[in-house]
Design a protein. Structure first.
Length: 185
């Protein structure tokens, strides 16, 4: 199972790297069902001139899923994200019927997956959710560190301070940096 998670997480990290290259907050997502990637998406509108907090990668992916795969049973879908889904994304995906979440890097500031569903109203109490954290965490950390060194979105936040304080494997950082700049690794 870990190899399967790594395969799909690599696809999410490609989306995250593309978002970073476009100057966006580097959250990349793939939605998978029955061993097939159905949707690829990333964060949009995190730059100052178009900033909003609605176009998160998970919400963008869900919009595509609902328009292109409307007949698909949502319980068959797994979410792979370069960062732990925030509370908005997590609850929206839950309400949409998705129950499997895999992420690379923890969102210490706004992550929603520690929401105690059993303590909420009956709608949430019955939900059985599968959560898998830290799949290819170092690769995702390298992307987020580069973002916080170069961009102003969420600067001086708990997330930026935490991210920049994390130790990164130097050869891995150099490999990710080369990939993002288009150099062969």
């Amino acid at each position: 199972m870990p190899e399967k998670h790594e395969h799909y997480m690599r696809a999410a990290l490609i989306e995250a790297a593309a978002a970073l290259k476009a100057g966006e907050f580097p959250v990349g997502v793939v939605l998978v069902a029955d061993g097939e990637i159905l949707v690829r998406a990333s964060r949009r509108n995190s730059q100052a001139q178009s900033r909003n907090e609605i176009d998160h990668a998970e919400i963008n992916a869900l919009r595509i899923l609902l328009s292109e795969h409307a007949q698909l049973e949502p319980s068959r879908v797994s979410v792979y994200s370069s960062m732990e889904p925030c509370l908005m994304c997590y609850s929206t995906l839950l309400l949409s019927g998705i129950r499997r979440f895999v992420w690379a890097y923890e969102d210490v500031m706004g992550g929603g997956t520690n929401l105690a569903l059993q303590q909420l109203n009956p709608l949430y109490q019955a939900m059985q959710v599968e959560l898998v954290a830290s799949v290819l965490r170092q690769e995702s950390l390298a992307i987020f560190q580069q973002f916080f060194r170069e961009h102003d979105y969420w600067q001086d936040s708990l997330l930026s301070h935490y991210t920049l304080s994390q130790q990164l494997d130097k050869p891995l950082y150099q490999q990710v940096d080369r990939q993002l700049s288009g150099e062969p690794s």
